[in-house]
Every structure is written in structure tokens, then in C-alpha cells.
Design a binder for this molecule. Structure first.
Ligand SMILES: Cc1cc2nc3c(=O)[nH]c(=O)nc-3n(C[C@H](O)[C@H](O)[C@H](O)COP(=O)(O)O)c2cc1C
Length: 238
């Protein structure tokens, strides 16, 4: 497994909680793992780095009465930083916790062409994609996106940014009037500048400050991860 050292910088999270109503007050909700800074390699090199669709939203059985909350996320399994080969991505694990807790529908953002299974190869491809400001094609779309008032948006920190498929997703819908609540998993960089990116990109939406947790915690210490997620959600007011 590759070794990287991450210095921390922070991008503390803030956001709001989830049941099924929507108000949007913000409260602090940072985690001790919201670190951001960069080193070498993909992970820490935020600064050195550069640089017919179908509806696949999964309806939460608890919300068949009409959930207005969507958890949309990008996540990658296979070989990943600090966790070896995994079957379920770190962000996916957190996304499921959120969806279960708030009774939301889920939608996985999937690139048509899978990323390499090997970590280093994936980081190289992702870097190229970021440098090209690519908008990779996705396998599916949310057909009833306008039905959702609140969108939890999850992603791993990739090169100090969101993976490019997330940009494809963001540019596929009208977010005006919606509340967007970012969350990410990472290997030391926290949310980096992604919340500000979302705020400037999603005109007309209310973007709350986000939640960040180490991918290794999400993968290997799920009790701790769930505790952090629940604590964060409690502070939200949606
Ligand atoms: C292509 C790529 C780039 C990454 N870049 C960073 C980074 O810049 N900063 C960081 O903290 N972690 C970085 N990581 C580590 C991931 O953010 C971390 O492993 C995350 O939990 C992966 O989530 P996932 O399993 O949901 O995809 C990177 C990982 C990959 C695969």
C-alpha cells in the first residue's frame, strides 16, 4: 500500500439534519478529520497536483410517502488509499448511513467507463481528467430530480477537488431553490475547497458547509463513523 503523509488544513464542516422537513439553518459541525493540506501524490497534492439514461435513484422504503431528500454520491471501490482492495467505497458507506438516518432516496453517480482498479493508475487517470476539466459520461440520471428539495452530495476528495463525474452530475440538473449538503471522505485533505466550488457553481441553491471524514474511518471503523455522522446530522436543521 502506498504511504502518504498528510498535513492538515481544515475545511470544517457545517451543515444542517435530517428528517423529512426542510428548513435550512446552519450550525457548526466540524470533525476532527477535516484536514486538508497536501503532500505529494494524489491525495496530499492538492496544490502540487496541478492539478440514454435511466432513473436509478433508489427509493427508500421508509420514504415512499414522498421523501424530498436525495443522497447523491460518487464513490469508488477497488484498491484505495490506506484500505487495500475494498468492495464498497468509503463515501458509499457514509452515503448509506445518511440515507438510512434521514430516510432519503439514494443515487449513485457512476462513470460509464470504470476507473482502474489499481490505486496509482486511478490517481493518474483522475489527474488527467481533472487537468482536462473533463465531463465524463454517466450511466444514469435522476429522472425526478425536481421533486427533491434537499440533496446530500457525497464524494471522495480527489486531487483536492471533486471527481469529474460529480461535475457532470452537477451540470445535469437545475439546483435553484434546493439545499445542497456536501459530505466527503478523504485521506487528509478534508473537503479542500469543494464547498466554495459548489457555492459558486450552484447558482440559486443554498449550499451548506459540509462534513468530512477520513476514508479509513468510514471503511474500518464504522461505529466511529456512524457516531460522527449522527452527531453531524443532529446539528442540521432540515
Ligand atoms: C484519484 C484519487 C485522488 C485522491 N486525491 C486525494 C487528495 O487530494 N486528498 C486526500 O485527502 N485524499 C485523496 N484521495 C483519497 C480519497 O479521498 C479517499 O481514499 C476516499 O475515502 C475515497 O473514497 P471512495 O472510496 O468513496 O472513493 C484520492 C484518492 C484517489 C483514488
Amino acid at each position: 500500500m502506498m504511504l502518504f503523509t498528510f498535513t492538515a488544513s481544515s475545511d470544517n464542516g457545517q451543515a444542517s439534519n435530517g428528517s423529512s422537513t426542510n428548513t435550512t439553518s446552519q450550525q457548526n459541525s466540524s470533525t476532527e478529520e477535516n484536514n486538508s493540506s497536501d503532500v505529494s501524490d494524489p491525495v496530499n497534492s492538492e496544490n502540487s497536483i496541478l492539478n440514454d439514461l435511466s432513473d436509478t435513484a433508489t427509493t427508500n422504503p421508509d420514504t415512499e410517502n414522498g421523501s424530498k431528500i436525495l443522497v447523491a454520491f460518487f464513490s469508488r471501490a477497488d484498491e484505495n488509499y490506506g484500505v487495500g482492495y475494498i468492495e464498497k467505497g468509503n463515501t458509499h458507506i457514509i452515503a448509506d448511513m445518511i440515507a438510512d438516518e434521514v430516510g432519503a432516496d439514494s443515487f449513485e453517480i457512476i462513470r460509464v467507463t470504470p476507473y482502474p482498479e489499481e490505486y496509482k493508475a486511478c490517481t493518474d487517470e483522475a489527474q488527467q481528467e481533472k487537468n482536462a476539466n473533463a465531463r465524463p459520461e454517466l450511466t444514469a440520471a435522476v429522472e425526478n430530480f425536481s421533486d427533491y428539495d434537499t440533496v446530500f452530495l457525497g464524494y471522495p476528495n480527489w486531487w483536492g477537488d471533486m471527481p469529474m463525474p460529480v461535475y457532470t452530475f452537477l451540470e445535469s440538473y437545475d439546483f435553484s431553490g434546493k439545499t445542497v449538503i456536501p459530505f466527503c471522505t478523504h485521506a487528509g485533505s478534508g473537503l479542500s475547497g469543494t464547498v466554495n466550488t459548489l457555492k459558486s457553481k450552484l447558482n440559486g441553491a443554498t449550499v451548506l458547509d459540509g462534513f468530512a471524514i477520513a476514508g479509513t474511518t468510514a471503511q474500518n471503523d464504522q461505529d466511529k463513523a456512524r457516531t460522527a455522522v449522527l452527531e453531524w446530522l443532529r446539528k442540521l436543521d432540515i
